[in-house]
Design a protein around this ligand. Structure first.
Ligand code: SF4
Length: 333
């Protein structure tokens, strides 16, 4: 039915029939929503159940649609986040990729030197050991790190957690990221401060992340400078199950007030700058998904900072100590 990805339709139907679920919800990230209709049809036809599709935006396993009134949620495109305790039935379908990754890794190998840390997203996680063997034959040593309890697989990175990369920081000279997009390899580069090469099996492109890292750092420096005279801060707290960092939000609130400035707490599920336009605030601090401040920075009229950047604004940290925002602590239910 689908060639590039494994949607595990047989596994889904087996689970539904075994547990005799009546109503099944499907949740997809943006890139997979185009498959939703065909998957829903297949499940309805084979399992005789009512299928409902969540139209809400979805970017990670931190975000499980809880308002659908269903017996089972089938969440596509992400692995579970082990540290998140879920009290309703959820089936995670990771949608592993069937694409050949060795072609682009072979291309990347021409510019690789030293011992490499291998990192990827869940789609290509099965390929890491194959890549490791392939590179070994070319005389390139590799290491696959173990993440913390937000990470399901060795070598896996999330946009909010690079612990599998930092766990091998002292063992490697550089990192090879396999996957699409720049955010994950950028996060590895900013967290480890080592060279990162991205090998994209979809476009067959190999990219050195150095220039992107420099561009983003210039942008973040600009955001910090723009927020320096802010008196009123809005602390944004995500309401999605894996993005709630209330302890951090409370710590930032205290810090802002200790510096003689004002702070408000605001909660949001899906972040949309238009919801924030009417508040009397000079700068935002996002404690939710780290991608919000970095990826969507240009969409906000006033600076939007990460928690580390706020500390730099308040002179609690130096720019030279800049760190990428990661979710390393358990989220509050
Ligand atoms: S918090 Fe952001 S980066 Fe982390 S899993 Fe959720 S959507 Fe992905």
């Amino acid at each position: 039915m689908f060639t590039d990805y494994d949607f595990e339709l047989e596994n889904i139907c087996k689970t539904i029939l075994k547990k005799k679920y009546g109503t099944v919800g499907l949740q997809f990230p943006e890139g997979l929503k185009r498959y939703a209709g065909r998957i829903a049809e297949h499940i309805e036809r084979n399992c005789d159940v009512q299928v409902i599709i969540s139209a809400e935006p979805c970017y990670g396993a931190c975000d499980l649609d809880s308002g659908m009134g269903i017996d089972l949620l089938v969440h596509f495109g992400h692995s579970s986040i082990p540290s998140i305790k879920i009290d309703k039935p959820v089936l995670f379908i990771e949608v592993r990729s069937n694409l050949d990754v060795l072609k682009v890794v072979d291309k990347a190998s021409r510019s690789l030197k030293g011992k490499l840390g291998l990192v990827t997203t869940v789609q290509h996680i099965d390929h890491l050991s194959i890549i490791s063997t392939f590179l070994k034959k070319k005389g390139i040593g590799t290491v696959i790190g173990k993440g913390d309890d937000r990470i399901a697989y060795d070598g896996q990175v999330l946009g909010c957690n690079f612990s599998s990369a930092t766990s091998i920081l002292n063992e490697v000279d550089a990192y090879l990221f396999i996957g699409s997009g720049n955010f994950h390899p950028l996060g590895v580069a900013l967290t480890t401060q080592k060279e990162v090469i991205a090998a994209d099996p979809y476009s067959n492109e190999v990219r050195d992340i150095k220039k992107i890292k420099e561009k983003i750092l210039r942008q973040r420096f600009g955001a910090i400078v723009r927020a320096e005279n802010a008196k009123n801060f809005g602390i944004l707290v995500g309401t999605k199950i894996g993005q709630r960092r209330w302890a951090l939000a409370r710590e930032l609130n205290k810090l802002i007030k200790d510096h003689g400035k004002k702070a408000l707490f605001l909660t949001m599920g899906n972040f949309d700058p238009s919801y924030l336009q009417s508040f009397d605030v000079d700068a935002w601090v996002s404690t939710a998904c780290p991608r919000i401040a970095i990826d969507n920075y240009m969409r906000y009229e006033i600076p939007i900072l990460t928690p580390v950047e706020l500390k730099i604004v308040l002179n609690e940290m130096k720019w030279e100590e800049y760190k990428f925002d990661e979710i390393l602590e358990p989220c509050e239910i």
